[in-house]
Design a protein around this ligand. Structure first.
Ligand code: XLS
Ligand code: NI
Ligand code: NI
Length: 437
């Protein structure tokens, strides 16, 4: 196959002064930050679905994407050629990871058997390209939302046969992820929710979802797959309400059904904002439960109400994200996965490079800013001081369980009034953050 991006060579790091649009200004893979290379901190991943399968159609018009390496057919041959283009892209970009749905990489056949055969034929090429380039699979997943059979959901379908079909599909997707050395596997329940409660037995659907996930855990163990399982929260779209609506809902579900030991969360920025939260909020909720695994890096449009999946360009956003990630001690199996797509108007192949270079540079800046804020220490010091009443005296007694209501009443009767409050200093802290941006 001829090169897919013949005019583009390896994207170099040229530093902040560079005016070359096809160079990194901030992402310097080998640069050490807090004792680790940027490459190992950020673990960038390219998504197959948006970058190589999205024709960029919208409800009002046909796809605009120009992809010369793709003949537009649903053949296995075309799918295999596409793999070569994808790896050429990721190698030139210098992305160490990628992620896919089963149906992104290989065409769905007339039967599960045929679909599995198609998948195997493409996985062979994925495997050899991984070997050739050293690029690894961050996570795999199954598309349980596109085929019409999943219109009522998969694990939460009212139709038990559809549950069975979904299980069979996930079984194969886990096997393939295992075969490719994937470091994780994602469950995003696109249609695991409802359009109307008039026709929905919510309790039963949630129990089925838990059963499905337990079966997946059992199967994973039986084949020796060590990758991390993730749930990816999203509140709506395509359903009116998705059961995995946000970090808190996912954690509650995992706890209720005894799944918390086997799952972490994969948090996506645009899903957080759709849920009415900031990304920082969703990350902190997950981190507090020791359940943050990975992130889908993108951003929404402030004025548009759906999942626009844009590439992240806000340094404020990435600095906040990286503050949380560094605080938790960094990614282990997870990474920064660009679940993002170029705009319909950005239809040329080169736009895929501009988009990813921008996202990677924005995250590299976020990482450097977060590390500088941590080195400076004023922010963490402020937070520590703010809670200092809990480090000794009555606060310490409460935390250690040595005081109850009776002791606290006696304490306040003796004190007369609570010690004076101190200012939250929000504006001071916002200014402080700006010193680093
Ligand atoms: C869609 C989701 C999806 C998952 C993988 O909104 O973000 O792309 O990441 O199924
Ligand atoms: Ni999304
Ligand atoms: Ni996603």
């Amino acid at each position: 196959m001829a090169a897919a991006f013949p005019k583009i060579s390896q994207i170099p790091f040229e530093g902040p002064g560079s005016k070359n649009p096809l160079a990194f200004k901030h992402y310097n893979a080998s640069e050490i930050v807090e004792g680790k290379t940027m490459k190992d901190h950020l673990r960038f991943s390219v998504v197959y679905w948006h970058t190589f399968r999205n024709r960029m159609a919208d409800p009002f018009g046909a796809g605009t994407a120009i992809r010369p390496w793709d003949d537009g057919s649903d053949s296995v041959k075309n799918a295999q050629n596409r793999v070569k283009a994808a790896f050429e892209f990721m190698q030139k970009l210098g992305a160490p990871y990628y992620a896919f749905h089963d149906r992104d990489v290989a065409p769905e056949g007339q039967s599960l058997k045929e679909s599995n055969r198609n998948l195997d034929a493409v996985v062979k090429v994925l495997k050899s390209e991984q070997k050739r380039t050293g690029i690894k699979l961050l996570w795999g997943t199954a598309c349980l939302f596109a085929n019409p059979r999943y219109c009522h959901g998969a694990a939460t379908s009212c139709n038990a046969d559809v549950f069975a079909y979904g299980a069979a599909q996930v079984k194969k997707a886990i096997e393939v992820t295992h075969e490719l050395g994937g470091e994780g596997y994602v469950f995003w329940g696109g249609r695991e929710g409802y359009s109307t409660l008039y026709n929905t037995d919510m309790k039963r659907e949630l129990e089925h979802l838990a059963k499905f996930l337990h079966m997946a855990v059992d199967y994973k163990k039986s084949i020796g797959f060590k990758g991390q399982f993730y749930i990816e929260p999203k509140p709506k779209e395509p359903t009116k309400h998705q059961y995995d609506s946000d970090s808190a809902a996912c954690l509650n579900f995992l706890r209720e059904f005894d799944l918390l030991n086997d799952f972490k969360l994969n948090i996506e920025t645009n899903h957080a904002t759709l849920a009415g939260h900031t990304m920082q909020h969703e990350l902190e909720v997950a981190i507090a439960a020791n359940a943050l695994g990975s992130i889908d890096a993108n951003t929404g449009d402030e004025l548009i109400g759906w999942d626009t999946d844009q590439f992240p360009t806000s340094v404020y956003l990435t600095a906040q994200v990286m503050l949380s990630i560094l605080k938790m001690g960094g990614f282990t199996t997870g990474g920064v996965n660009f679940d993002a797509k170029v705009r319909r108007e950005s239809f040329e192949p080169i736009d895929l490079f501009h988009a990813h270079i921008g996202g990677m540079d924005t995250f590299a800046r976020g990482l450097k800013i977060a590390a500088a804020i941590r080195k400076d220490g004023r922010l963490a010091g402020f937070v520590k001081d703010r809670y200092s009443s809990w480090d000794a005296g009555i606060g310490a007694q409460i935390e250690q369980g040595k005081a109850g209501f009776k002791e606290l009443e006696a304490y306040i009767l003796k004190q007369g009034e609570a010690a004076a409050n101190t200012s939250g200093r929000q504006e001071y802290l916002e200014n402080l953050i700006n010193e680093f941006i």
